[in-house]
Design a protein around this ligand. Structure first.
Ligand SMILES: C[S@@+](CC[C@H](N)C(=O)[O-])C[C@H]1O[C@@H](n2cnc3c(N)ncnc32)[C@H](O)[C@@H]1O
Length: 255
């Protein structure tokens, strides 16, 4: 089945995924995990959760599948480094799992269904490979349930498919559309935004400090334009669509 998986495989994103474990992302499954089980993790990405399942089971077997070979390589290397021997990884499409019917006691996915064109079909395929009385379980966002105000088809499509090319982006520029109470000045909002985000980013990604040689995360200065929700929404939409597509001149023309 053709699909768009738009989140990509950047180091930054993989580092985020690697922090996931049973405690943070599958606590609800702990009562069901029994020694000797055979578990399948669909869309296992860099495999941190898959490896954690294997560690948790001690006896038993865990298999992680992902459509992307680079993820299988990362996961396999991490399992080896961490000396977890009851886990393996292989490339596979969740719509066409390379396993016989009734193979697994528990089939799991985390952060997968939201990216699939037909999640129900994927769940049916997962049920096929699950033993009778076994468990198929999924943890996932529900992108179609997102509410946009004001309604905007472009943002909705970009959100549903994490479609970066659709949105465009400018290297080293951050563009924010926000509304706030008039009692705050624009300067206050920008200062708050910069200080909170820098603090959180340094906390989450400690290597950033080294990368910046102890320097500041945000450069000084900002540019602000005001837009009216009704009158100028089309301008914002055009701006969002075109940003990054033709250098700085496009931005200056639009705002
Ligand atoms: C957001 S990541 C989640 C990774 C991991 N489950 C976690 O939570 O850390 C989604 C993963 O699903 C994989 N994926 C997307 N479509 C897939 C498909 N049709 N079959 C198998 N894996 C798929 C992607 O390659 C990606 O590694």
């Amino acid at each position: 089945m053709t699909q768009k998986y738009g989140m990509g495989y950047s180091k930054t994103f993989i580092d985020v995924l690697k922090k996931r474990c049973i405690k943070t992302h599958a606590q609800f499954l702990i009562p069901y995990l029994k020694p000797g089980m055979k578990i399948l993790d669909c869309g296992s990405g860099p495999g941190s959760m898959t490896i954690d399942f294997a560690r948790y089971l001690q006896r038993g077997e865990v298999i992680g599948v992902d459509i992307e070979e680079s993820q299988i390589a990362i996961a396999t290397a991490d399992a080896k480094r961490e000396n977890v021997t009851n886990v393996t990884f292989q490339t596979a499409d969740v719509f066409d799992l390379p396993f016989a019917d009734d193979t697994f006691d528990l089939v799991f996915s985390q952060g997968l269904l939201v990216h699939l064109p037909d999640p129900i079909q994927a769940l049916q395929e997962q049920r096929r490979v699950t033993k009778k009385g076994g468990i198929v379980t999924a943890r996932s966002g529900y992108a179609r349930g997102a509410i946009f105000h004001p309604e905007n088809a472009l943002l909705k499509e970009a959100w549903l498919f994490h479609n970066q090319p659709l949105l465009g982006c400018d290297i080293n520029h951050v563009h924010i559309l926000c509304s706030f109470h008039p009692k705050y000045s624009i300067g206050e909002i920008v200062r708050k935004f910069k200080s909170i985000t820098a603090r959180e980013l340094f906390r989450e990604y400690q290597w950033l400090k080294e990368e910046l040689w102890g320097g500041e995360f945000w450069s000084d200065g900002y540019y602000v334009a005001t837009v009216g929700e009704k009158g100028n929404w089309k301008t914002v939409e055009r701006y969002v669509r075109l940003q990054g597509s033709n250098g700085r001149a496009v931005q200056l023309r639009l705002l």
